[in-house]
Design a protein around this ligand. Structure first.
Ligand code: ZN
Length: 117
């Protein structure tokens, strides 16, 4: 069964891959400037549960918010203070990811009957 992250990636034409070689970050979003339709996300297979969702949602944000239109790669470094545009992009992606995950957590809680009527 496809989860919501896989469905979004499919709809947005993003290739999603779990890998075990990421060391300094847990997710990467990439786009080839010569092939604009080539969108890729790599995430650490060691991430689980809500953390995994947040990591992938963060990388989806870089694609859907146009942060990679110049073909750059986006690593999960929110502390990049040397480039104001990249810093802003990281903050935008993190807001997207945390909001997305919070909504998913609420929906999961709601499905289990945890919301008072
Ligand atoms: Zn990022």
């Amino acid at each position: 069964m496809m989860n919501i992250l896989e469905a979004i990636c499919k709809d947005e034409g993003i290739s999603l891959h779990g890998v075990d070689f990421l060391r300094k970050t847990q997710g990467v979003a990439m786009r080839d400037p010569d092939e604009p339709d080539t969108k890729t996300i790599l995430y650490s297979v060691h991430a689980e549960g809500w953390s995994k969702m947040t990591i992938i949602a963060h990388e989806i944000a870089h694609h859907v918010l146009g942060h990679l239109d110049d073909g750059a790669m986006a690593f999960g470094d929110i502390s990049n203070k040397t480039n104001p545009i990249r810093e802003r992009n990281e903050q935008e992606a993190q807001v997207f990811a945390t909001t997305f995950t919070a909504c998913a957590m609420f929906f999961d809680y709601y499905k289990r009957g945890g919301v008072c009527a």
